[in-house]
Design a binder for this molecule. Sequence first.
Ligand code: SF4
Length: 330
Amino acid sequence: MSLKVKDLSVYYCMRRGDCRAVEEVSFDIEKGDSVGLVGESGCGKSTVAFALLRMLPFPGQIVKGSIYFNGEDVAEYHEEEMREFRWKKMSMIFQGAMNALNPIIKIKDQITEAIMLHDPNATKKEALARARELFKMVGLDPGRVEHYPFEFSGGMKQRSMIVMALACNPEFVIADEPTTALDVTVQAQIMELLQLLTKELNITLLLITHDLSVVAETCKKVIIMYAGKIVESGTVIEIFTNPLHPYSQGLIASIPSIEKSHNQTLASIPGQPPNLLKPPLGCRFHPRCEYTQEICRTDDPPIEELKSGHRVACHLASGRIQSESYSRKV
Ligand code: SF4
């Protein structure tokens, strides 16, 4: 399995103008990778996921770029091929488990419907057996497939959503904020379960989250997005030990530490993300960056590989401009 995304741009085209939600995003994911896609709300993470599955909500559209999965351009698939692709090759654990299942249809019917839609040869009995097997795999009593979603707790619903995503044996799973709205102990259980399942079933994982600490525990690689663009990517170890983009540095500094005193003041990144209907010229992070210089206001920094596998989009990191305080930090 391989996924190659090249220069992907997605806009929400509205009367007020084009919201440039994702702009010229490129990344590669190889079989067995576990990659975290991180950034603040509204930075374009989920839009990337919906674009990969060609499930963009109206008025979103891919305006540029290509998505190659196992060497085939997903953008070229017609609807029938897309139906084959979704869930069988690439599936998604949706955000908000609480609302993603139909509360008045039994879980077994929702899962078996998905299995039978994608495998017309599967009988209802076989689909039900698969649903029960998956329930067992995610730590749920197989007999609970007979229940309705409203009878489930938040954690059980999220496990059921994982079952839905795994129902058709996909090679690649996108988990979009899979622990949102769950309490902390259940979050930890769900993340452990995801790690275990991806290893056992040899699934490649793209984990979308705003929480870098979750990525540190779950993934091998990380892609950091800001205002629709990738600003830094690399291995988790490289990004955590040597973040080069000021935004990544800010995100890492804002993770609470259990080693520091309990009354520590949490660091934050001043300012707000920009309006993507009219993103700032130059580097999109420049209105919030402590190192902004003239070139940052006019020239958009290209993303460059500064070390093997470590890519950064910043004039300072690539040496086009200098700053003593930045040099002391990296
Ligand atoms: Fe900051 Fe300039 Fe680097 Fe953007 S390009 S992150 S504004 S130093």
